[in-house]
Design a protein around this ligand. Sequence first.
Ligand code: HEM
Length: 251
Amino acid sequence: DHGATPHSESWSFAGPFGKFDQAQLQRGLKVYKEVCSNCHSLNLVAFRNLADPGGPGYSAAQAAAFASDYKIKDGPNDAGDMFERPGRPADYFPAPFPNEQAARASNGGAAPPDLSLIAKARGYERGFPQFVFDAFTQFQEKGPNYIHAILTGYKEKPADFALPEGSYYNTYFPGHSIKMPPPLSDGQITYDDGSPATVEQYSRDVAAFLMWTAEPHLEDRKRLGMQVMLFLIVLSGLLYFTKRKIWADAH
Ligand code: HEM
């Protein structure tokens, strides 16, 4: 069983004019920081990226302040010792486990995957006809739809389902037996913008945030795409009138 098909959510970044919702990315970052980062790394994201255009919209000073909350392992220093220091904008999010064995040992044998590119990884891994079909529908929303679905998809197992020890039943996970304990519960994270403190809202926000980590240039690409289309329309008009002019008295 490949897991149920995730429901298509409506995302601010969908469609040719789509843009990330900055407040949503900031909330999703908070969910990652307070919950997911206990088990999942985010190796490809540096603190300075939080101030990149097309992202959560923090200033360079805010990104630096965010970084300084973290303890980063560094060294060796002149005395040959490793040491810890506050994070800097150029540092990357630190990983929760030192290596894969440690990650597996703490999670019942399944290593929590790095989340940097998960929104794309889980969106693209599809068989051939599905792949072609997806390209013309909501292809790029598959990943965030799936992340949202997994986080909201924990259910009581059906009576006849044999759930292995240390696994949880999830409607959307392939095989339905996942080693990630349900990470979210209502009221767990306090938002400062008055958004609902619900599993539904947390899941949606962190899925959008992970779409940004996987597709940090999404807004740029969409803008360029529109400019290219506009250029092609103007060019077609010019070519049409040029053709009319050139062939005007040819009969
Ligand atoms: C797997 C997201 C929190 C442990 C996954 C997967 C995603 C994900 C997308 C991949 C599912 C797949 O392979 O298709 C998240 C998010 C979290 C979160 C967004 C925060 C809201 C946690 C926490 C833990 C954890 C707190 C540890 C207590 C795991 C493990 C797996 C996993 C062990 C591998 C599951 C398996 O292969 O059976 N997570 N996770 N996750 N996560 Fe999380």
